[in-house]
Design a protein around this ligand. Structure first.
Ligand SMILES: NC(=O)C1=CN([C@@H]2O[C@H](COP(=O)(O)OP(=O)(O)OC[C@H]3O[C@@H](n4cnc5c(N)ncnc54)[C@H](O)[C@@H]3O)[C@@H](O)[C@H]2O)C=CC1
Ligand SMILES: O=C(O)CCC(=O)C(=O)O
Length: 384
């Protein structure tokens, strides 16, 4: 198997690939891609490409529609970098209130003088900022990161409002009972002193922070964006900071126009940049990819269902297809016409996509073409 990497991926993960795998950033005709933040939108996919693993959470750098058309499974690593992001957001929360960055900048600019201590003591009055305890924090998106941020903020003495209309049952169990359920985004915008974004960038969330929504916020709101740049209309946010509507904007996703501006604190997409998170993501991504390439099992895919079946029989047929009627019958008809006995079968669907795993008693290399010819079948593999 050839695994093409598009970013620097932790060795701890890469070392888990079977020894006969070729792994590198200059491979042609790759069987799988391992990527962090590099965008794959303009990259043509080889017919051999079976899977893409995003070592991280957000998959908006992967063209999911194109992957669906080609039967390519896209994985991510849910939660693997959530603690790293939570810790940076905690720093950002305090940085947005206490002018730590300008204070350091000012101090660094001082020259050595006899009255250094006096100058420092006098100058510090320019760097007063409020405490976060007792203030209201709105957390938009209560997934792996949002939950950790919300729970921590409760411990820091904040009154926390959470908004997530798609909150999963597992996440609900992990959320502090002291987090107040905001039923509408407006509630967060109107009530909160601090707002932090933890939603994926989708067609629903793109540009959600704009002149209209900023207008609903209290004067002097502090906004944190460690989710995606596309969630905010950059020019509207800059204008809101200029007018003081936002007292601070701290973001992992700066635009050039945001640089050098007072009260805008840009970071170079550092949320997941800890050794622990880089290792967690790489290990999870490599294990998921290997299980798919070796066994057709799927765990943590964003476009295909989870399927895991113990290997039995002689070989496994992996069919990725559209979620339409009569697929199992057509696949098993091809097998039975070839006199192949089925040892086990599993079929699952997710949205418009589905996968069928069939363990068979004999080899089936000769029927790959027939399976591929079935209408709505997107990718077929026979794993011996
Ligand atoms: N700065 C960085 O380095 C990192 C940034 N991220 C970004 O943070 C995002 C969230 O990451 P995780 O918490 O790990 O993902 P997650 O998938 O665990 O959580 C996302 C949450 O957003 C909710 N959601 C989706 N659409 C929504 C909407 N329209 N309104 C409100 N809630 C909505 C979902 O129900 C889910 O609970 C990622 O999609 C990614 O874009 C993630 C990791 C690192
Ligand atoms: O890998 C990275 O550094 C970025 C992480 C990220 O943005 C994500 O997981 O969505």
């Amino acid at each position: 198997m050839k695994i093409k990497t598009y970013n620097k991926i932790s060795k701890k993960g890469l070392n888990l690939f079977p020894v006969n795998y070729e792994v590198g950033d200059a491979l042609e005709a790759a069987d799988a891609i391992l990527v962090r933040s590099a965008t794959l939108h303009d990259i043509p996919f080889d017919p051999e490409l079976k899977a893409i693993a995003r070592a991280g959470a957000g998959t908006n750098n992967v063209p999911i529609d194109r992957c669906n058309e080609a039967g390519i499974v896209v994985f991510n690593t849910p939660g693997a970098n959530a603690n790293a992001v939570k810790e940076l957001v905690t720093a950002a929360l305090i940085m947005s209130a206490r002018p730590i960055y300008p204070a350091i900048e000012w101090l660094q600019s001082l020259n050595e003088t006899a009255d250094f201590d006096k100058v420092v003591e006098k100058g510090k009055s320019n760097f007063i900022g409020p405490e976060i305890a007792g203030k209201r924090l709105g957390v938009i998106g209560l997934g792996a990161i949002g939950i950790k941020v919300a729970n921590l903020a409760v411990h820091l003495g904040m009154e926390v409002y959470g908004y997530d209309p798609y909150l999963s049952v597992d996440n609900a169990w992990s959320l502090s009972t002291r987090v107040i359920h905001a039923k509408k985004l407006e509630e967060i915008y109107k009530k909160c002193d601090f707002i932090t974004l933890h939603v994926p960038e989708t067609k629903d969330t793109k540009g959600m922070i704009n002149t209209e929504t900023l207008q609903m916020m209290k004067n002097g709101t502090r906004l944190l964006n460690f989710a995606r740049g596309g969630l905010v209309e950059a020019n509207d946010v800059i204008a809101a900071v200029e007018k003081g509507k936002l007292a601070a904007y701290v973001t992992d996703f700066a635009t050039p126009a945001m640089l050098g501006r007072k009260n805008i604190y840009p970071l170079p997409h550092l949320g997941a940049s800890t050794p622990e998170s880089e290792e967690n993501c790489a290990v999870m991504a490599v294990n998921q990819l290997t299980d798919y390439l070796e066994n057709g099992n799927i765990v943590n895919s964003v476009n295909l269902p989870n399927v895991s079946m113990e290997r039995s029989g002689h070989a496994r047929v992996v069919c990725v297809h559209r979620n339409v009627p009569n697929m199992i019958a057509q696949i098993t008809n091809v097998l039975s016409a070839a006199g192949i006995n089925i040892a086990n079968l599993l079929n699952k669907s997710k949205g418009e996509m589905a996968v069928t795993l069939v363990d068979i008693e004999t080899t089936a290399a000769n029927i790959k073409g027939e399976l591929e010819a079935i209408d709505q079948v997107l990718k077929v593999r026979i794993i011996e």
